[in-house]
Design a protein around this ligand. Structure first.
Ligand code: F3S
Ligand code: F3S
Length: 149
């Protein structure tokens, strides 16, 4: 659910963290607050290992800012272009998408891999015009085939 104006922001509610993560009005200026974490800059979502060699792409259809880019082994969320709306997370059939603080320990390296994908690519401002790339970082490119049934 999205509000229309900032005056609709119900930031004192128990749902504060979720409502701010879902805010498209503030864009990259987002902050979120939880009692245990205090005030932090918004951080992006990350795609992890379940996506490797699956690449379902349902996430692309949901992203309102077209910031999910395609490599040859998996897809990657642009850490600067993502506005943390969270729309992609529930649609992935293999549950590969995580808020970056919630990435399981075994897949923590995927936070860096998501960022590494964009070192040469920069910030194109939209994945559709870039299309499929061979830009996977070595940590992903050199993985043995996986997630095949
Ligand atoms: Fe990958 Fe899931 Fe998107 S498998 S391409 S993160 S829908
Ligand atoms: Fe897009 Fe998902 Fe970020 S839908 S804006 S990549 S949280």
């Amino acid at each position: 659910m999205f509000c229309d104006t900032l005056s609709d922001c119900d930031f004192m509610s128990p749902e504060y963290r979720q409502s701010v993560r879902s805010c498209l009005i503030l864009g990259m200026e987002l902050i979120w607050v939880t009692p245990e974490r205090g005030v932090s800059p918004a951080v992006p979502y990350v795609i992890a290992e379940p996506c490797v060699d699956v690449m379902d792409k349902s996430c692309i259809e949901e992203c309102p800012v077209d910031c999910i880019y395609e490599g040859s082994r998996m897809l990657y969320i642009h850490p600067d272009e993502c506005v943390d709306c969270g729309a992609c997370e529930p649609v992935c059939p293999v549950e590969a998408i995580f808020f970056d603080d919630d990435v399981p320990e075994e897949w923590s390296g995927y936070v860096a891999s998501n960022a590494d994908f964009f070192v040469d690519l920069g910030s194109p401002g939209g994945a559709a015009k870039v299309g499929r790339t061979e830009n996977d970082p070595p940590s992903i490119k050199n993985l043995t085939p996986m997630n095949q049934s």
